[in-house]
Write a new protein. Structure first.
Length: 325
């Protein structure tokens, strides 16, 4: 490991228990805090997450100022359950409708910048099981106590659920097989980031609004690489949140996710001047299944869409000027 990485790990890695609520309340001052949950068909879990945040961090202690669920075209009762638990629910397509519709988790996260008012934004996936408010307080700790930190990633143990039996260390397959090798090869100074694709992270609005957002599964990797490019390694911190249990996808779905991760990395290698491409990458992914008459092939497009920095959107910039004036 590079000595710069070892130094960063010592200085910029902490645990959620190191950030008690009293410390955060004393450091909050006039900072406005938003918690965002992007959600699509998560009626089974989103309500408990929202309720826990509201009860502990809004009602019992005035730390979080707003909880916003961005409903990404759910076909179940996600929106109703989230609203009943106390979240402000916004439909993804109702935000900045004049800028068209794109799909993917990153689209919901990008839209959330226009749907929230916080100076600091905490992102939490809506499919977590066993969620505790320490996820939020842990991510807020470095941001509220150190002005040099602009972006905080959560890290955790990720068991793989196979039926009712968790396989410890079996989760995070795309991270271990795709993202971590890529980062170590091309961005070795980021080798200490334990969960580069994790969905729990937080950042300052003034930084997030100046970053492009990949609309699909590459959004977390794209943000991490762009923060590193724009603000440097020392602006990034990570907090150990303990254990993260959530639903898992099929191997076929993980293959498509991996394609988007690879394309996101390719785009950043080019944009950040780390390679000179001879041609554009292909975006068609062929996957095979054995059928009655041999192997059936399924071809999908794993192309990566992208939104520009939110600060470049006139409606957003005007709304922010009005809010701050």
């Amino acid at each position: 490991m590079l000595p710069e990485v070892a130094s960063w790990l010592r200085r910029r890695t902490s645990a959620s228990a190191q950030w008690p609520l009293e410390t955060l309340l004393a450091a909050k001052g006039g900072t406005r805090i938003s918690v965002v949950l992007p959600a699509r068909d998560e009626e089974a879990t989103v309500g408990a997450i929202v309720a826990a945040i509201r009860e502990d961090l809004v009602e019992r202690a005035p730390l979080v100022d707003e909880i916003v669920v961005v409903d990404s075209r759910s076909t179940d009762r996600t929106a109703e359950v989230a609203a009943a638990a106390g979240a402000d629910v916004v439909a993804q397509d109702s935000v900045l409708p004049g800028h068209g519709r794109m799909s993917g988790k990153g689209e919901a996260l990008w839209k959330s910048l226009a749907a929230t008012t916080g100076d600091v934004i905490v992102f939490v996936d809506a499919d977590l099981r066993g969620f505790t408010p320490s996820y939020v307080t842990g991510l807020l700790g470095p941001l509220l106590t150190d002005p040099a930190v602009g972006y905080v990633k959560g890290c955790y143990d990720r068991p793989l659920l196979t039926g009712d039996r968790p396989v410890e260390g079996g989760g995070g397959r795309v991270t271990e097989l795709v993202a971590r090798p890529l980062i170590n090869l091309h961005w070795p100074l980021l080798a200490g980031v334990m969960q580069p694709l994790g969905g729990e992270y937080a950042g300052r609005r003034e930084l997030l609004e100046r970053l492009p957002f990949v609309t699909g599964y590459g959004v977390e990797l794209g943000l991490l690489l762009d923060v590193f490019q724009r603000a440097g390694l020392d602006a990034i911190a990570q907090v150990d949140l303990g254990r993260r249990v959530h639903s898992h996808q099929s191997t076929e779905a993980l293959g498509a996710m991996s394609g988007q991760i690879l394309l996101t990395a390719w785009s950043r290698l080019q944009r950040h001047g780390r390679m000179l491409p001879l041609e554009a990458p292909a975006t068609a992914l062929a996957q095979f299944r054995r059928g009655a008459d041999g192997h059936d092939v399924r071809v999908s497009d794993v192309g990566v869409g992208e939104r520009p920095p939110m600060i470049e959107i006139p409606e957003y910039a005007e709304a922010r000027r009005s809010l701050l004036s």
